[in-house]
Design a protein around this ligand. Sequence first.
Ligand code: ZN
Length: 290
Amino acid sequence: MAVARGFGFVILASVLAAAPRKALIVDGQNNHAWQQTTPVLKKQLEATGLFTVDVATAPPKGADISGFKPDFAAYDVVISNFSDFGGGSVWPPATQAAFEKFVSGGGGFVSVHAADNAFPQWTAYNEMIGVGGWMGRDEKSGPMVRWRDGKVVHDTTPGKGGHHGRQHAYQVTAREPRHPILRGLPPVWLHATDELYDSLRGPAKNMTVLATAFSAKDTGGTGEHELALMTLTYGKGRIFHTILGHNVEAMNCTGFAATFQRGTEWAATGKVTQRPPKDFPGPDAAARKP
Ligand code: ZN
């Protein structure tokens, strides 16, 4: 009996220690297949055992969005799979204000792929994502940010912000390998076929470049080491920004999944407790599915 009671206590203690964090994925508009990708994001977060995940789906493009008011304050971290690219809806002012209050007050935010195309005119949002692309962004939005000669460089050359060459598999290189999100992962890994955003622009304040990817000219890129993974702070809030994840196939790469899972935990808690997955890709190996 004593053994059984002791075992029960251990189980109770570990359940209490692992009380899940609350995550909210926001979608409903995106020039990407959010109906397919949100379930992938949800499943990846739930697979960690660290999160319960809700989804807030905004009304479709062209519909009245004034009633779209997710209860951000009820969550530890908000993941955006939303973009108003192509004539979509800007969130109502009260929703923008609630989101700013949530993040600046210490909430976590994760920007996935095209979420950094959204809201070019919303100043606070652009400070949260650091850099973004398309939707009229240009030198007035801020510098392009590149990795040159071992350091982050702000490039103020005038021009449009946001571009990508043709989709291909590419290497991602850790630039802050001791950051909790990257600790224990390979210094270079081959990411699955995906878009490689380049020439993103923005205020780029309070931003740490975790990883970059070389945008080769022969795939229609810039010949620069472009941003792949970033962290930012906004007030007391923590943000993880991944440019990876154009579609389900790209998201099914363990390189995407593990950095998304770890980045979301870091945004929610400031720590990463997940072990690096055994099937995380190396520099040459084709990325395997989890
Ligand atoms: Zn895309």
